[in-house]
Ligand binder design. Structure first.
Ligand SMILES: [Zn+2]
Length: 162
């Protein structure tokens, strides 16, 4: 390390550290923090004692929503993110992703896959998947026309199962 980091850079590195601790794929950490791949890979090895995964990144949230439960879970994450992002519709940032993830963990006592969380909010914002409001229970949910179980409100589907 040559130059001293500014407070903004320090905060950015702290966010990258948290995202890597949660195992967010490094190309996404790079996209969100603009920190180079090499220091990110070194950080991953230091934290996890192994190399970061090299496989292809998913193209969308679709592999993360195999059933109504996962649609419901990711929909509740997106709803929390939207509540925190009062202005709405802004670019997804590392700090907002972490804040919403942490809030979801505190409310549900469940550690969401941070990669799934990223794809869910990114895809809703960029309209890769739709964000609909259920006419029956009034809850908003991720709507994906190509997935049978994501063409209906997951919360109503889950309450019918019981
Ligand atoms: Zn519903």
């Amino acid at each position: 390390m040559a130059a001293l980091l500014s407070p903004e850079e320090l905060e950015n590195h702290r966010l990258a550290h948290e995202l890597i601790r949660l195992k967010l794929r490094l190309p996404i950490v790079n996209y969100l923090t603009q920190i180079h791949h090499k220091p990110l890979r070194l950080r991953w090895r230091a934290i996890h004692g192994e190399s970061p995964p090299n496989g292809r990144l998913p193209e969308s949230v679709r592999p993360f929503i195999p059933d109504p439960f996962s649609v419901a879970e990711l929909s509740s994450f997106v709803a929390m993110y939207n509540r925190l992002d009062h202005a709405g519709g802004r670019k997804v940032t590392a700090s907002m992703l972490l804040r919403a993830w942490e809030m979801h963990r505190r409310v549900t006592h469940n550690e969401l896959d941070i990669n799934a969380a990223w794809y869910a909010i990114r895809d809703v914002r960029s309209k890769i998947v739709a964000w609909k409001r259920c006419g029956r229970c009034r809850t908003s949910f991720i709507y994906e026309v190509n997935e049978t179980h994501a063409r209906d409100c997951p919360f109503c589907a889950l309450s019918r199962e019981r």
